[in-house]
Ligand binder design. Structure first.
Ligand code: G3H
Length: 574
């Protein structure tokens, strides 16, 4: 049975309070917490297709082409989606599976396998023509597609993403892989050409860096992991792949495909506690590229562990505190819709989420009123319920952190504007979207990346206030400007273009479409990811050049005709 939050159908005293109604004799926050508690379903109420029939005990790790049975300790995986116990009325944690807590020994074996498979660039995978690598990848995609339902289900249970968003994540990842294949062929064909200049003739192709350590984030565990892993693979690197702490089981259905579609040692998994197993990999000096979507603190620490700092390349997607700047002439109705999507999609757990809102004082009251009104339509519930936006948060410690941010802001003078509708309420993994106003620089929420459904609104009088905020921020990913004022928008674009990666006009911040460069300045990123640029990030120029003499031209011609070299070739990709 589906839980629905529908004002008309709800008996008084249930979700009505949460969504804007009132319950007599109860404090709004306490009442809303109870309503959120009531949103958790019993096991029988979970739609059949999504029910956890058996826990997923992942007992294998992929090392050197082998799915090895793990005999050591296991990490128990509990879902952020609690289960209501009909008899006791309590909500309980649900274990959905477990995965190996492997040790440095297995990480070392995985590293050795990746190093051997690369073999200084002579291994089967890096030496292969890109056409053959694409064939392997196509076989992988075909197998991956057969696992869609299971992977979607695991995304839902492991991180609480709505079914619709989990499906979108899966499909977007398949599209990304297909686009990457298209782009790789184009790149390969483009680099077939020879350059003749100043008496030299040469060909420049992209070749792999070597061993890539890929670590993705919990919020897009499949998609963002694959936006580094796939381009790294297709360019001929060998991979050590550590799944995110929350969002690990969903890779289990792909292990067999990884094992069977690629030569041994090309893709290896690294399971275990990051702090125990990753330092050893970095300290080995054998990692050529660190591909991490996560926190700048972790990236910073890992990079420092590498003994050869000039050799290590980094592809990093890190912290962000994207600002919305709302000018007095903005179309407020439209702006409010974008703000809500920007702040609350997947509970605000997106690196690209809007996380601080500067609103011109002339319109801030009207903006707040429209925002609070519109937020009454935000549905809170379980991932399989239609139209739901707010679902249980994936990180167990996050609700307490957000409670701290909200309390700190309130203690320093902010109001919870939507308190009557449930703002500020928290029950276990559910955090009600909360609008804080007025927010100022004394408050934690002004500075810190909340990565959750809290909307801090900062009133401003002059444009220099949001501009200074961005200039002084350690982050520089994106900004959203809401206005139709040509002069003001032009000024903001020119002022901010050298501070941040992407400027969104009258729309929320986001990564997509994946063909646009996705990057950041300062502590927000290192390198650019987009379908095309990721291929460049995971490869390096290799030039073969000679003086343009008849003998040398003849030699090149002969190599091309005989197909004697895998590198010096003009073989076309279709
Ligand atoms: O967490 C960051 C994601 O890359 C955001 O992607 O903006 O398309 O949701 P998105």
């Amino acid at each position: 049975m589906e839980h629905k939050i529908d004002h008309q159908d709800e008996p008084s005293g249930s979700n009505a309070a949460l969504m804007g109604g009132t319950v007599e004799a109860e404090q709004p926050v306490a009442s809303s917490s109870n309503k959120m508690k009531a949103l958790f379903a019993t096991l029988d109420e979970v739609p059949e297709a999504l029910r956890i029939q058996d826990q997923l005990q992942q007992t294998k790790i992929l090392v050197d082409g082998e799915l090895r049975e793990w005999k050591g300790d296991f990490h128990k995986v509990y879902s952020p989606i609690l289960i209501a116990n009909q008899e006791s009325g309590a909500t309980e944690k649900l274990q959905i599976g477990s995965y190996p807590i492997a040790t440095t020994k297995e990480s070392q074996e995985a590293l050795d396998a990746a190093v051997n498979a690369y073999d200084g660039g002579r291994g089967a995978w890096p030496a292969m023509h890109i056409n053959e690598r694409i064939q392997n990848l196509n076989s992988f995609v075909a197998k991956m597609k057969t696992q869609r339902q299971q992977i979607v289900k695991l995304i839902v249970w492991e991180i609480g993403k709505t079914v619709a968003d989990a499906e979108k994540e899966f499909d977007r990842t398949i599209d990304y892989i297909n686009e990457t294949v298209r782009s790789a062929k184009q790149l390969s064909n483009h680099t077939n050409a020879f350059q003749v200049t100043q008496g030299f003739i040469g060909q420049t192709k992209r070749v792999p860096h070597g061993i890539v350590l890929c670590m993705g984030p919990f919020n897009y565990p499949l998609n963002e992991t694959f936006t580094t892993l796939i381009p790294a693979l297709i360019m001929g690197n060998t991979i050590l792949f550590k799944p995110p702490k929350h969002g690990t089981l969903l890779f289990e259905p792909l292990l067999e495909a990884f094992a069977s579609c690629f030569p041994k040692g090309v893709v290896n998994t690294v399971y275990g506690r990051g702090r125990d197993i990753v330092p050893m990999l970095m300290e080995s000096g054998k990692i050529d590229v660190l591909a991490l979507i996560g926190s700048s603190r972790v990236a910073d620490a890992l990079k420092k562990m590498h003994p050869k700092s000039n050799r290590l390349k980094s592809v990093l997607g890190l912290d962000a505190k994207n600002a919305a700047i709302i000018l007095p002439d903005a179309d407020l109705k439209h702006t409010v819709k974008e703000v809500i999507a920007g702040a609350l999609s997947f509970n605000g757990q997106r690196c690209t989420a809007l996380k601080v809102f500067f609103v011109d004082k002339q319109v801030v009251d009207r903006f707040n009123q429209l925002l609070v009104e519109e937020m009454k339509h935000i549905e809170i519930g379980l991932p399989w319920q239609k139209g739901v936006t707010i679902t249980p948060l994936a990180e167990p410690e996050k609700p307490a952190y957000l409670r701290g941010c909200i309390d700190d802001a309130v203690a320093k003078g902010a109001d919870i504007l939507n308190e009557a509708d449930g703002g500020g309420a928290i029950y276990e993994s559910f955090v009600h979207p909360t609008v804080l106003y007025p927010v100022n620089s004394d408050m934690k929420i002004y500075h810190e990346e909340q990565f959750g459904p809290v909307i801090p609104i900062v009133p401003f009088t002059t444009l220099s206030e949001p501009v200074e905020y961005i200039m002084n921020s350690p982050y520089g990913q994106q900004v959203s400007i809401f206005s139709q004022d040509t002069d003001a928008v032009s000024l903001l674009i020119d002022t901010l273009a050298n501070q941040i990666g992407r400027i969104n006009l009258n729309s929320q911040c986001q990564r997509s479409p994946d063909t646009f460069p996705f990057n950041g300045r300062k502590d927000s990123a290192d390198g650019t990811l987009s379908v095309d640029e990721a291929l460049i990030a995971f490869s390096v120029d290799s030039v073969v050049v000679t003086k343009q003499t008849p003998e040398n031209e003849k030699l090149i011609q002969s190599i091309l005709e005989t197909g004697g070299s895998r590198r010096l070739t003009n073989q076309v990709s279709f």
